[in-house]
Design a protein around this ligand. Sequence first.
Ligand code: ADP
Ligand code: MG
Length: 238
Amino acid sequence: MATLQLKQITKSFGDTDVIKGVDLEVNDREFVVFVGPSGCGKSTLMRMIAGLESATSGDIVIDGERMNEVGPADRGLAMVFQSYALYPHMTVEDNMGFSMRLAGVPKEARREKVLEAAKILQLEPLLDRKPKALSGGQRQRVAIGRAIVRNPSIFLFDEPLSNLDAALRVQMRIELARLHEELDATMIYVTHDQIEAMTMADKIVVLHDGVVEQVGSPMELYHHPCNRFVAGFIGSPK
Ligand code: ADP
Ligand code: MG
């Protein structure tokens, strides 16, 4: 059974139809990349999966359970955004442990979980620092750490690297791939960057104007794009 199923999801803002009937299955432990031009509806779709936005129609099913009326905190997922605001007055450790503190997890248990995540992300030497004393890449790792400590079954990343410079983006891509291996988690990753999609994905979902144009492995899309849009976007010769 698929971990996540989207069934005929639509979203309208007033008279504007932004998502126009999306069907999709994401399997356990898959790294799925949503790719498409700016404004095609990627963030809206992610926000609906996360429960931050309700669908106008259709069903969102996680591990066999319909999630439409379930709040974001109870969907078993964690989201990392492009603008990963950290709390400036809190240390790295407190930033990473904050959601657990809200959930009433005792201090020692929080510390243990934060240390475990910090180790995976190579943040151990930085736990006492405040965000302003971190580089962009380190801040991004803290934002990912905040997601890891929640033990989500699904990670949602919405253009998490777009504020980083090119060299750091390449490095973070490698780290995310390693994280995917290490955590054995399902990851859904949004980007408008074709290269990111091609290098990171098990499965690519090409979105265009609120519609899924094609779903397939990077090689399938490259060698067998279903139309000119996909061919143009993925960069294959057809
Ligand atoms: P992407 O993430 O692919 O760039 P978005 O999902 O952010 O695209 O936006 C898709 C479309 O929906 C855009 O045309 C955007 O202007 C519109 N949109 C997004 N959020 C809202 C909103 N809250 N109200 C009205 N229109 C919105
Ligand atoms: Mg977006």
